[in-house]
Design a protein around this ligand. Sequence first.
Ligand code: NDP
Length: 276
Amino acid sequence: MAPLSFAVFGHPIKHSVSPPIHRAFAEQFGIALEYRAIDAAPAEFNDAVQQFFADAGRGANVTLPHKAAAFALADDRSEAATRVGTANVLTRLPDGRLAAHNTDGAGMVRDMTERHGIALRSKSVLMLGAGGAARGVAWNLLDAGVQTLTIVNRSRASADALAGLIDDAERVQSHDWQQLAELGCFDLIVHATSAGVLGEALPLPTSLVDEHTIGYDLSYGAAAAGFLAWAKSAGARQAVDGLGMLLETAADTFALWHGQRPQTEPVYQSMRRQTA
Ligand code: NDP
């Protein structure tokens, strides 16, 4: 029997670690699968996805810049995908239709709370960035009981738009990047910009941090180095990257496709050693 066929779509996609993660998860259960990385430019995305599923593809992860297109393409959408308006998972249903899911937010919260012991209830949270990733995790922070969520983005309009979409004026505010120095300090700072990936500097005031502050970067590896170094030098209690989020998000996807939940910790430790 041919192995089950899966893929991740992105542009660029060469450096994706999703294929080895899914292969490592599959080994835990003796599942034979093929998992490819497919580079599709935005204009080619819809055709490439349709072709993949027509060729017996079972499921696909979707990353930058295709998450909104994946959501639009689907016939059926989970609640988490619908409120965010983007999808990081497409699954072929038995009747051939495509289902969209978004596992980013749940994966991040599980990584924070279960792997890193970060308590979220009643905390004040600053989110830097209002792009796809920030949007993907914002509701989950509120579901987890944070007291306030302050969204600050380089382009103020996107921060306002996200706060408006969430529509929880009691807990959610948006501000200008230029106002960062006036906001005081936070229990948790979630770094959700792509500045690290792009190799761009991210000037941040140390007044955002006190000895209780935790810094969490959605990026990992070299892309997270700048923010984590800033958080530590500003005096943060803890500063962690998004490698665990990546694993937890992938584990949710794997469970969706295979009906079995993999152990993330051995894969996390192995990847941690490789990126050290
Ligand atoms: P988007 O392109 O959708 O958004 C980029 C965001 O970064 C925007 O808010 C943008 O602001 C901001 N930004 C970019 N450059 C700068 C800069 N120099 N200074 C300040 N702000 C800047 O990207 P995503 O939201 O999808 O991804 C963001 C990060 O999250 C990436 O590093 C990605 O790798 C990571 N990620 C990690 C995941 C994981 O599982 N660990 C999952 C998903 C994402 P503006 O609106 O002004 O342009």
